[in-house]
Design a protein around this ligand. Structure first.
Ligand code: ADE
Length: 224
């Protein structure tokens, strides 16, 4: 898979690409990730990419042209173009599973007051990562990249993907490691029993308990 991230602030993402599982996935050629500063595509003086909003209002609006020129430069028949915007469709694990099937994702990050609405004519979908406003789409693009890349074949063990939060509309079960007793807090006895039937049962019940407690909205959610 190739992921191109169009941003005015590529340095916001360099640290993220140079650590841990994502760094290894890049080194192992499971994914190629390019940070593309679309400011370099502007035809205006002083590298201008934004201007005031028609109709008035606070803040600057990013123009379509530099982004569209960047898209025309990089897109292929395999490209799937996503705009990150709090006005988009809410991102969930099922979207990560869907997006991992594309050969080429292009993620467009806005900033300031957003991008000229006409950019929607050039994108395949608009995604929001949650009901809060970030300073720009960069962290949203990192979240989408991270959640998709970890699902690519060979990036993490398939066993790790076997049971995860949001599978079957349930949160994941809690995990414990050594020591058995940490400052008086014990590991649940059943996990030490070696009885895998009992352990599976305990873990399933914990998934149901945690989901009811923390995310009752997931239960019966047909969206998953
Ligand atoms: N840009 C600013 N806030 C965002 C959000 N919640 N999701 C996606 N892009 C954004």
């Amino acid at each position: 898979m190739r992921i191109d991230i169009l941003t005015l602030f590529p340095d916001m993402l360099t640290g993220f690409l140079n650590e841990s599982i994502i760094k290894r996935a890049i080194a192992d050629n499971k994914v190629t990730i390019n940070l593309i500063d679309y400011r370099k595509y502007t035809k205006l003086n002083n590298n201008q990419v934004d201007d005031t909003a028609f109709g008035g209002g606070a803040g600057m609006v990013i123009m379509c042209e530099p982004i569209v020129l960047a898209l025309e430069d990089i897109k292929t028949d395999d490209s799937h173009i996503i705009l990150l915007d709090p006005k988009g469709k809410l991102y969930k694990q099922k979207e990560a599973k869907r997006l991992k099937e594309y050969k080429h994702l292009i993620l467009i990050c806005g900033h300031y007051e957003g991008i000229d609405e006409r950019i929607k004519n050039y994108v395949d979908e608009v995604i929001s990562i949650g009901d809060y406003i970030l300073t720009g789409g960069e962290l949203a693009s990192a979240i989408i990249t991270d959640s998709v890349v970890r699902l690519l074949p060979g990036v993490i063990t398939s066993e790790s993907l076997d049971s995860e939060s949001f599978d079957e509309n349930l949160l994941d079960y809690p995990v414990y490691t050594k020591p058995r007793n940490f400052r008086g807090y014990e590991v649940p006895e059943v996990l030490l029993s070696g009885n895998h039937k009992l352990i599976d049962e305990y873990r399933y019940n914990e998934r149901v308990r945690l989901t009811k407690e923390n995310r009752p909205d997931l239960i019966g959610d047909k969206d998953e």
